[in-house]
Ligand binder design. Sequence first.
Ligand SMILES: [Zn+2]
Length: 404
Amino acid sequence: MESGYGKSDQTFLRNYNIRKVRTILREEGPCSRVDLSVKANLDKKTITNIINEMLKNGEVEVVSKSSNGAGRPKENLALNGEYSRCIGLDIGGTHITGVVLDFTGKVLCEHNIDVVNNDSDILFQLCDLVMEELLEKSKLSIDEIDKIGIAFPGHIDIRTGRTVLSENIQGWDDLPILDIFTEKYGKEVMANDCSRLMALAELRYGAGNDERNIIVFDLGLGIGCGIVINRKIFPGSTGMSGEVGHTIVKVDGSRCTCGRNGCIEALASGWALSKQAMDLLKNNESPMLSKTINKNTMIPTTKEIVLAAKLGDDKCIQLLKNAGRYVAIGIINSISIINPSKVIIGGRLIRDNDIFYDEMIKTVKKDAIPELIKDMKIEVSALGDLATAIGAATQCFEEFFEYE
Ligand SMILES: [Zn+2]
């Protein structure tokens, strides 16, 4: 070729430019062609060609026209949500939450089922139920859904699509999760670790939107985190980064589900709190908890422990404060390793749980290296209980965009 570039180079460049334009539209909202040309650093002819193609295939639309009185009015363009819709399923140890997300990142509808028995067979059936409800609520057929994203609470080998270990769902160890869901729904399926997907959602649509380097802590039945470096999720070499819950902070501490002792998860997660509260009940050390607990299950939930603490139960207050301090150590250690500009705290463990949360933040501020947290922000998740499900769907759209 005379130009020195092959056709494949030109195609690569064009696709790169299209992804760049989409990203500007997604992050900055409606733009005119002139705005896009400046922001994407592309000449007007290239932008006109790209926009014509995007208008033709329906991924952008003209949302308004503005005129300065002279010449043709300027058309403002935006991404068209209807161009693609994906479903995100957050399969947790205590819940299954689903959303339908459109191309612009708008949540069209959501559905949640609390799970009491997290046996693997019933979980598959509950996933079907959430899917049905989502389609019903969004008035979409499965044919109008492009992909399904799964968030999974355990290790997934992203190279093979198999679960490696699931501590919080019985019977989901070594499962070809991608193949199972692909066959089930006849759609392309993507799956990743739930904490990492929570981080992805916060990065693209939530509290991490303006940041480049963040850590998002997912505090729930288990404990994990998602690491974002230069606006991209850091997966690790086999997709198992962010296992902050399985960092050992107490030598010879309580036994963990991973088979070792003294992990943060064994000392401060939802399941660890439940176990510690059971010991309190057994030893008759918490009269208030024996009143707030569900008598049918006799397994204390975080909600019941928090309630007993709020009613003045000293042992439960102590239990929540200890957990807050152990999680804080995990946060402090992660800050020392990554040096993020913001730490985001999400997950169901912090819901209405001020005793735990305040102790955790107090410890971080007291014990972290002062220079590292001087300008660092700590915020609660902006997307709340939907964060992981939104992240599960968001992973399906990532290939359309370009983050530098
Ligand atoms: Zn562990």
